[in-house]
Design a protein around this ligand. Structure first.
Ligand SMILES: *Cc1c(COP(=O)(O)O)cnc(C)c1O
Ligand SMILES: [Zn+2]
Length: 422
């Protein structure tokens, strides 16, 4: 464990302690992610009275980014303390043409590709690095499937701190270029994400990395909280209402777990009326350990060796998998997985009907939505929000076959010959 254990001491921080999800043991707010007693994952425990005191008016008066929810987050209450690109308040798009095509009544796309580095990871990185800076760390790092590395490198650049991000060697070129351009260290590992993650865990134990915050390793409890803003925002954008159904992509399963938790907290604090929301999880068939466990009725998640084009979701050993299973079962949702051809078709369907060009993870979500409807698992009459978490320009190869529909000489005659004119 790290020796940097200075507790966060901002007076109006609603966070109280690190709490073990396994045994309930509590620890001071510091860079620690696993319980010393049962090795369970730690998460942030809050002063519930401080959360309950937060009002809609207070949030609505805040900035047009995630920090409008600062009173519900474990870091960043003081704007000067933030390490951030100010992500969030991304569009919630009413998707009527897509709904019609799928036979649905009311469908929205939460387009989180509209963040500074074009994925939802800017949310988690802003919270994690703000906490990390408060804890005294001087260098920022992560184990990444692509988007996280991109976001950490950009946040570090903005804040003037060095970064070192670790990625599998076989990531999409678009993900590597958009990360390397910020000038930090980019370390490609000959192995899978799960190998990268294991190495990063080991590095946190070394003296050389004592001052380095790995956003999804040693400060993971703070990182995870950033995902809740994707629940808060959707509820606020719907007019302070929780949707009836949501479809969320899963890699580690953390995002799904925390959106569900975000909805729950809004109800507990009285910011929205309590209402049931069925949570649905989406995976790629090349890496579907969580969906497979659900389908097999198993509580244990069997790790897999990831394959397939949805590389941002390729985590074979998903840390929050059991909690994602719990969320989906408790809310009456379901999970499905879709193959590469379905993912490509999902990207094209979303683009054609909404004007949103998603990365492969978004294709996974749209294809999963379709599959859930076909299987009768998702109610076409219920208000549904699907999450697009990343940008299509970073995974261009997925739709590389696309090109001009016509190619003609610059003359009216040629336009006519091509059928553009009568
Ligand atoms: C990281 C990522 C996810 C999933 O995140 P988890 O919290 O690990 O489940 C989903 N979509 C995109 C585009 C991502 O980069
Ligand atoms: Zn424990």
């Amino acid at each position: 464990m790290t020796s940097l254990a200075t507790p966060v001491t901002v007076a109006d921080n609603p966070a109280r302690a690190l709490v073990c999800r396994g045994c309930g043991a509590e620890y001071p707010l510091a860079a620690q992610h696993a319980c010393h007693q049962c090795f369970g994952p730690l998460e942030i425990g809050y002063h519930t009275d401080r959360l309950a005191a937060v009002t809609r008016e207070q949030i609505e008066a805040g900035p047009q980014n995630i920090w409008r929810y600062a009173a519900l987050l474990p870091a960043g209450q003081d704007p000067a303390s933030r390490v951030t690109l100010n992500p969030g308040m991304t569009p919630l798009i009413r998707a009527d043409p897509l709904a019609r095509e799928l036979g649905m009544k009311a469908l929205w796309v939460k387009d989180d590709s509209a963040n500074p580095t074009h994925s939802f990871k800017d949310r988690v990185v802003s919270v994690a690095l703000t906490a990390a800076k408060g804890l005294g760390f001087t260098r920022y790092a992560c184990a990444s499937t692509g988007n996280l590395a991109n976001s950490v490198a950009a946040h570090a650049a903005r804040s003037g701190a060095p970064s070192m991000v670790f990625i599998p060697y076989d990531l999409e070129r678009g993900k590597v270029i958009t990360t390397a351009v910020y000038g930090g260290d980019v370390v490609a590992i000959e192995g899978s994400y799960d190998d990268v993650n294991r190495l990063c865990q080991e590095l946190t134990e070394t003296d050389e990395f004592e001052q380095t915050a790995f956003v999804n390793v040693n400060v993971r409890p703070f990182y995870a909280e950033g995902s809740k803003t994707l629940g808060y925002e959707v509820a606020e954008q719907l007019g302070w209402r929780i949707p009836e159904q949501v479809v969320i992509p899963m890699a580690s399963g953390e995002l799904l777990t925390k959106i569900d938790r975000g909805f729950g907290e809004l109800a507990e604090t009285g910011l929205v009326e309590a209402a049931p929301c069925k949570v649905f999880g989406a995976q790629s068939s090349g890496c579907a350990p969580i969906a497979t466990a659900l389908h097999n009725g198993a509580d244990e998640i069997v790790p897999v060796k990831p394959t397939g084009i949805a590389k941002s979701l390729n985590i074979g050993s998903p840390a929050a998998g059991p909690y994602a299973l719990e969320s989906v079962k408790r809310t009456g949702g379901w999970m499905e997985h879709v193959d590469d051809e379905e993912i490509r078709e999902g990207i094209r369907l979303l683009a054609r009907t909404t004007g949103v060009f998603a990365e492969t993870a978004g294709g996974v979500v749209v294809a999963t939505l379709r599959k859930l409807l076909e299987a009768g698992k998702l109610d076409p009459e219920a208000e549904t929000v699907i999450y697009n978490t990343g940008e299509g320009l970073k995974t261009l190869d997925a739709v590389a076959g696309a090109g001009p529909t016509h190619e003609i000489k610059p003359s009216l005659r040629a336009a006519k010959t091509a059928g553009l004119l009568a």
